[in-house]
Design a protein around this ligand. Sequence first.
Ligand code: MN
Length: 519
Amino acid sequence: MKKRELLDYATPHYEENEVLEIAHAIDFASKAHTGQKRKSGEPYIIHPLNVAHILVEWGMDVDTILAGVLHDTVEDTTATLEEIENLFGRDVAFLVDGVTKVSQARAGMRNLESYLPQTKDNLSKLLIAVGQDVRVIIIKLADRLHNLSTLQHMSPEKQVKIARESLDVFAPMADRLGMGRVRMQIEELAFSYLDPTEFQHLQNLMKKRLGKSTRKLGIVRHEVEEELKKHHVHFDVNGRVKSIYSLHKKLSKVDGNIDDIYDLMALRVVVENKEDCYRVLGVLHSMYQPMISRIKDYIAIPKPNGYQSLHTTVITPNKQIVEFQIRTYGMHDYAERGLAASFHYHEQKSSKDYTRKKGASASLPAQLQWITQLQEIAARLRSGDDIPQDQLNIDLFGRRIFVYSPKGDIYNLPEGALPLDFAYMVHTDIGKHAYGFRVNGSIHAFDKPLNNGDVVEVVGRKLSQPKQAWLDLVITAHARDKLRSQLKKSGTIETISGAAAIIRDKAKRKSSKKNKTTS
Ligand code: MN
């Protein structure tokens, strides 16, 4: 990757003055990294140029591209943040600072087990950096992707360490941001280093299988295309092949029998609007026998990371089992690019919505509300608050569910969330005066977890007040915080010092309910 190459690639996508700025950043970084070499022996500047190239490919705004070019200067050279701020502005300096902090946080962690808490200071750096601007993590993902693709130059121990960390931390991060393609790229590369024998084996197995089924699938595809044309649907059909890593994961679920995997290759039908998605589903089901348990409507109920599509698996008259994925072009774009799609080239205005200003995050789509929660946690860590580790796991890396208010507003909560978590998420006052809950029309106990897709109604009474025992009936940091301060205010509990609260929390989780705490 040379300066010219990156500029040529970027030119069609950015304004003239933006391209000049990118050229300026390249000159600045090249000078700063002079004399430094990658493990491959190539000049170091190759790396930031590649990272920036990836970010252009993802369609990121110009500030992110500039920060991509500059991302290693503050950490690895004599360049300072002040210089960067003077030359490229505050936003770019902020992003470079964030990326530097994430690296420093990681450097202080010897192994993955210590990735979360323990080294609290490192973690807070990581969270503060990430929580304030999601573009920081997007730059880190591009950085990681390029490092993974040049991993052959590292020692075997380093390869395994980096690959492991990529699978455990960066792939889930990409997934949480809805960046499906990036997640897959990271997983494939990391897995190929982590278990080369298995990777090779599965790759061969896949090749053999696909040879056979591609021909048969061609016939089905043709039939479907003809039928859809009759229904005057505008569509594109393409085949999607399962990734090696997801095949590996799936095989472990079905005791290693590849015959039990129906979606080695799926047909993807992309159409113009939501209505057409359901029409296509109807056409397919009238042509072939669907497998009832495998019909998934991720359009009405998106996956927690925002993924939308209809999935169905059908059996053809020749007893061939074929999976279909049906989605609109917009859903397809989101499935591939996720959050990065929101930062598109000339829509820099929208990128600001996702960044630091408090309250701005209210405009985040439901599936990304966890970012708001991340910001809250970052703020708490900054103010010196201690947060128990298991709470962080829930909030940051836990699985998510969607629930709805009776009006149809969507809320995103961690799996296992209880009704009070929902109430406090809607509004602190709604939580405060909660008296009971109705879920999908039926009375619902305070201690019964919510499920994905539930419609939750909070029954309130003006005179109803929060109770001490509720501390056992919330699992999110947000609800716990709000509840605590309400209890304090009403004098229900004495001020519990941070440390005491944590000990109490830990004790509570370890012991059973008979050991209820009183204060
Ligand atoms: Mn780097």
